[in-house]
Design a binder for this molecule. Structure first.
Ligand SMILES: Nc1ncnc2c1ncn2[C@@H]1O[C@H](COP(=O)(O)OP(=O)(O)O)[C@@H](O)[C@H]1O
Ligand SMILES: [Mg+2]
Length: 257
């Protein structure tokens, strides 16, 4: 696992403990006592154990840890894609546990964007149709749909691929389409689960740059699950998971991106 103090000696890029540098960011996403037990073939497995976490507006947070440590489980619960066995998730101070499925769908659609390792694109549909999906679900007008989709595709440099079938794109282009789809409609938070996991290192770096630009330039909060140390080092906050718990937290200052 990353030794951040070693990688970020004071004087170059600085690394501080969470307690030493708690930033006064407005908390937009908060997990309290969050636990998740999966039951498979009658056997319980505690994937997440009493996790507390507060994510501020504009944060750039990496969740790191070995495979099976609970990273994706935590992200899915934070994003209301799954319900905790115990504990609560607050968004802008509101408890999400009392929301109906329909309200959770609306909340995800309006506030969150998602980027996954496996892309989840409809290959036979065009780039436009893939990107537009969140806007269609929202019932946006066609002029709004066209304007937002064009803007999102231009932000990822894919305006010229708008009418191509998603299946005909390269891996890097597919992930950029996913980022455009996450971006359309102006999310407050982008959740990315191993976004560079299926990409070669150069293509992965380009995708990373895009995500960090969105965080820095548009102020979109970024939550990235990764086991890529290089990617984690570029975030301003890193939490490390082991056996379903947060075992360490690091904050970087003056991180060079
Ligand atoms: N739907 C599920 N049913 C049963 N066990 C699961 C399920 N999802 C994840 N797990 C188990 O929970 C643990 C944590 O999984 P996950 O959060 O996906 O880890 P990570 O993303 O860190 O690799 C793993 O041991 C995994 O096998
Ligand atoms: Mg995972």
């Amino acid at each position: 696992m990353i030794n951040f103090r070693e990688h970020f000696p004071v004087g170059s890029r600085k690394c501080f403990s969470a307690a030493a540098s708690a930033l006064p960011l407005k908390s937009m996403l908060e997990a309290r006592d969050l636990s998740k037990t999966y039951t498979s073939d009658g056997v319980d497995y505690e994937a997440l154990k009493a996790v507390d976490l507060s994510i501020g507006q504009g944060d750039c947070l990496a969740i790191v840890g070995k495979s099976g440590s609970g990273k994706s489980t935590l992200m899915h619960l934070l994003a209301c894609l799954d319900a905790p066995t115990k504990g609560r998730v607050f968004i802008d101070g509101n408890d999400t546990s009392s929301l109906s499925e329909r309200s959770k769908n609306t909340l995800r659609n309006e506030k969150f964007g998602f980027v996954f390792q496996q892309f989840f694109l409809n290959g036979r549909d065009t780039v436009f149709e893939n990107v537009v999906l969140p806007m269609r679900i929202r019932g946006a007008s066609s002029s709004q749909i066209n304007a937002e989709t064009t803007a999102a595709l231009s932000a990822v440099g894919l305006e010229d691929k708008i009418n191509k079938k998603a299946k005909d794109l390269s891996g890097g282009e597919k992930q950029r389409v996913c980022i455009a789809r996450a971006l359309v409609g102006g999310p407050q938070i982008i959740f990315a689960d191993e976004p560079t996991g299926n990409l070669d290192s150069n293509t992965g770096a380009a995708v990373e740059n895009l995500l960090f630009d969105l965080n820095r330039e548009k102020g979109i909060t970024l939550v990235v699950v990764t086991h890529d140390d290089e990617l984690a080092r570029r975030c301003n906050r890193v939490i490390e998971m082991k056996d379903g718990r947060i075992v360490a937290e690091h904050r970087m200052e003056a991180t060079v991106r």
